[in-house]
Ligand binder design. Sequence first.
Ligand code: SAM
Length: 249
Amino acid sequence: MDDTCHLYTDLAWLWPMWGDATTEYAHYCQHVTGLIRQHAKLPASTLLDIGCGGGKNVLNLKRQFAVTGVDLSSAMLAQAKELNPECMFVQGDMRTFRLDRTFDAVLMDDALSYMSCLADFAAAFRTAYAHLNPGGVLVATPDVTTETFQQNKTIVTPAAPRATQAGVEVVFVENTYDPDPTDEQYETTVLYLIRDHGRLRIETDHWTMGIFSPDTWRRVLREAGFEVHEGQYRAGEDDYMVFTCVKTS
Ligand SMILES: C[S@@+](CC[C@H](N)C(=O)[O-])C[C@H]1O[C@@H](n2cnc3c(N)ncnc32)[C@H](O)[C@@H]1O
């Protein structure tokens, strides 16, 4: 099946309905802020969110930092700007973009899986390194690693009640599958069940994504120049590795 990208283009209006920005994202952002404060060798006041999507992490992190967001998708950036009008957003590809400034902290959350080969994955971390001040910190959270991946896992998520539009009900069905566990890719397939005043429309997305072992994460981060620290983020059913990476010089 060929890859598609409706969620970040014509279906980007669904993104605010997928998870509540003020609850689940807030908890994760508190954790991220704590890691930055713990590991940064400077008083961190600026943060770059790479792959910022619709700006839900930005919404929470801007209480602690002056946040700039970068994303590939103009539709997602438009949402991020609507949610965070006081923040700056820039369109860019995490493998290649270079801004003319640096930051005290960088976040890469829920977007690195789009790096579907090792060369792209390494390039994204070089981008993060290039945008950090000496003593600054990158926080990077794998969606999955080869150790945490669950074959054929399917998650059904009803639309967040506060984000729902009048008369529109949405259910997200997300399935992950690895047809060849010996390579560095897996597939994510999403069904969007969209009911507009009861009338059903079904849309789908399919992505080829990257999956790497924890050892590959460690090696690639070190090769990018970082001092690497590891921890765990646990909240409810969420249980992720978190890499806190310091640019020491
Ligand atoms: C699941 S969303 C991230 C959501 C975000 N964490 C939030 O707070 O709303 C994944 C994002 O990664 C972005 N993305 C995918 N490939 C990218 C790339 N090469 N460079 C920059 N952003 C990319 C997509 O456009 C999408 O907005």
